[in-house]
Design a protein around this ligand. Structure first.
Ligand SMILES: [Zn+2]
Length: 87
């Protein structure tokens, strides 16, 4: 698993190289929520390189869905699957 925060360039690079992986979109600001997406979900892909993607919403990324779910639980995040890409 890899965690991107304030590193949009590296995140976009990872996303391009992992078409069959998972991304946990983390809410900051005390909400303790995260949404699990596939790496080609329309909510994430294709990312606009001119926008900040990992500042208010850091991304935990992995090829293994269960790894992200465990990480989210350990971080006390309420993880919900995206209703659109249905990971
Ligand atoms: Zn999604």
């Amino acid at each position: 698993m890899i965690y991107f925060r304030n590193d949009t360039k590296e995140y976009i690079s990872w996303l391009e190289r992992h078409p069959n992986a998972y991304v946990l979109n983390v809410s900051t600001g005390g909400k303790h929520k995260a949404m699990l997406h596939t790496s080609r979900c329309g909510h994430l892909y294709q990312p606009d390189p001119m926008l900040a993607h990992t500042e208010t919403n850091p991304k935990a990324c992995s090829r293994h869905r269960d790894e992200l779910e465990r990480w989210g639980a350990d971080a006390s995040l309420a993880v919900s699957p995206c209703p659109d890409c249905k990971p």
